[in-house]
Design a protein around this ligand. Sequence first.
Ligand code: MF3
Ligand code: CO
Ligand code: CO
Length: 248
Amino acid sequence: MIKIKTMAEINAMRDASKIVKDTLDLIESKIQVGMTTKELDTIAHDYIISVGGYPACLGYYGFPASTCISVEEMVVHGIPSDDVVIKDGQIVSVDITALYNGFHGDAARTFMVGNVSSEKRKLVEVTKECFFKGLDAVGIGAPIGNIGHAIQTHAESNGFSVVRDFVGHGIGVDMHEDPNIPNFGHKGTGIRLKEGMVICIEPMINMGTHKLDFLSDGWGVVTRDRLPSAHYENTVAITEDGVEVLTL
Ligand code: MF3
Ligand code: CO
Ligand code: CO
């Protein structure tokens, strides 16, 4: 069931989304070679709590940390750890969801740390571009398949592949609501977007195969060929005034 939001509810989501954006900006200012992903998680956790929010990943289906931090070939849902030290040239995806006044905001960025190869730099840039190609396909009455089609076309024309096993989603009182927002698909297919919908568009783009392996910790997801993967996500509201990205 798709839960349509009132303007007042979208305003509440703007506050949760602002917390997510500010937390990602804080992480971007702190991230450097030699830090552990657990240190970054603690910075995010403490910031979100300090502004009266809750880091919604913490305890979500038992997830044991406040953020998901996925290094290099890890696609999503990396558990921050004292044992994962960030090395020069790595790409680090940080995905943060905050709950504030009963509503969620959700966004992810892939940060490039130190001297990143031009190949990986391109992967990170194309993944961000994929989001904006998807965003261009958003509007009242637009079929959801147009979003995935735009993302897939841009990723594949740059020689990369699109993750199939995880998708974007509606968001609101729950972190994950209907509808699913795939990063692949065909123009003109799927349900049509309506005023009052709030969705997360989150391309996960791999340098090599789109196939994945699941780690034995029950959470981490890595590329099957262990080539790098990037992630870029924002919370997007469809209102009477148009399409608004809440986490930018
Ligand atoms: N923030 C993620 C998303 O983009 C979900 C986090 S999974 C969790 O949908 F278990 F860490 F909460
Ligand atoms: Co997310
Ligand atoms: Co999401």
